[in-house]
Ligand binder design. Structure first.
Ligand code: GTQ
Length: 358
């Protein structure tokens, strides 16, 4: 496509002058930057990466002694992809991951923001998240939603540090210039008032029934506050004799009980069981994924490079990078979340694997 024949000097000079004048007008000719519009395949900026719990945990404990959640707003260690700007709040694709931690007795005060958020509990038991007047006590492995613009606060009433993986659609919301944040009003209590009983949202929405007298304002946000680890893990084991997905083993998606779709409009989340000796087939797709090892150990071949992981580790697979997973020494359970709903919404989700037809 590129024409390498040298141009007559005067034409080259005229073109250079033309381009320079355009640049002063904030105009770039497409032929100087064709790659921005025409690429045979995505040129993916993010890279695969793993953050190990054994490295993060000591930093978490140091951070706990150095800064309070009140000073920090949220005491979070942001996992930023090595290939992105450190100010980008971008872990992979259109999603963010960060480790939030609360020491015994600490609280993270009430606020709300337009980005959607969820938490997967890494370690500890007994801290709470409050959303819309309900407090849920969090335990390791729970999946907790704090959807867009809902007031939320946390507190650790337990005697041990609590850590969870925060997932947000921050890169997407920032890209769209639609990020709003609000702190509680002056004089309001730092912890929101609790006016619902424990497990209220579970009884209301999570048991295959719904109250008929009250519709949630937005059906695209899951009304279910906590998807409990024991229940979700038990679901995987109930299906363990199935073939499952050739690419992911026994994988189940968390759903919004109002729609059957993802709990948050921009982020889908999954729990998967890799059985003993299981080694999945390779595939790739245009959604980007953040994985967290909930149980066991194993490895993933990501873009031809091997990443070995164990409980507590977090790793990322960018768009269009081929990957396969295996368990080591027994079974493994992976939690993951992805920007797939965004790609699906606009017809941009694409998947490929060896031996595929058409
Ligand atoms: O829970 O509000 O990890 O606003 C990063 C930004 C958590 C939160 C993060 C946030 C939050």
């Amino acid at each position: 496509m590129t024409n390498t024949t040298p141009l007559p000097n005067d034409l080259q000079a005229q073109r250079d002058a033309f381009h320079a004048e355009l640049q002063d007008m904030s105009i770039i000719p497409l032929w100087l930057n064709l790659g921005a519009a025409a690429q045979t395949e995505p040129r993916v900026e993010g890279v695969p990466h793993i953050w190990r719990w054994r490295d993060i945990k000591p930093m978490m404990l140091r951070g706990g002694a150095l800064i309070s959640p009140q000073e920090a707003e949220r005491r979070v260690l942001m996992l930023i992809n090595p290939s992105f700007d450190r100010k980008s709040a971008r872990t992979v694709g259109m999603i963010f991951g960060g480790i939030q931690f609360l020491m015994p007795g600490e609280t993270a005060d009430s606020h709300r923001h337009s980005p959607n958020a969820h938490r997967f509990i890494i370690e500890g038991e007994g801290a709470y998240t409050a959303v819309e007047g309900e407090r849920t006590i969090m335990r390791k492995g729970d999946y907790v939603t704090t959807p867009a613009w809902k007031w939320h606060d946390h507190g650790n009433d337990s005697g041990q540090p609590m850590a969870w993986l925060d997932g947000l659609d921050l890169p997407f919301v920032n890209l769209l210039d639609a990020n709003f944040f609000e702190d509680r009003a002056e004089g309001d209590s730092p912890q929101q008032p609790i006016y619902r009983q424990a497990e209220d949202s579970l009884h209301r929405w999570g048991r295959g029934m719904r109250p008929t007298w009250k519709e949630p304002a937005r059906t695209d946000l899951s009304p279910l506050l906590n998807y409990r680890w024991e229940t979700c893990r038990a679901n995987l084991h109930a299906l363990r004799d199935e073939v499952g997905s050739p690419f992911d083993g026994i994988i189940m998606e968390y759903t919004n009980p109002l729609t059957g779709r993802s709990p948050l409009p921009t982020i889908s989340a999954y729990l998967q069981l890799l059985r003993k000796g299981e080694h999945t087939r390779a595939h790739r797709h245009t959604s980007s994924t953040i994985y967290h090892v909930a149980e066991g150990a194993g490895g993933s071949l990501i873009g031809g490079q091997e990443y070995l992981w164990e409980e507590g580790d977090t790793f990322v697979i960018p768009s269009w990078v081929a990957h396969e997973h295996w368990s080591t020494g027994g079974e493994a359970v992976l939690f993951s979340y992805s920007d797939r709903p965004i790609l699906k919404a606009f017809g941009l989700f694409r998947e490929a694997f060896a031996g595929q037809e058409g």
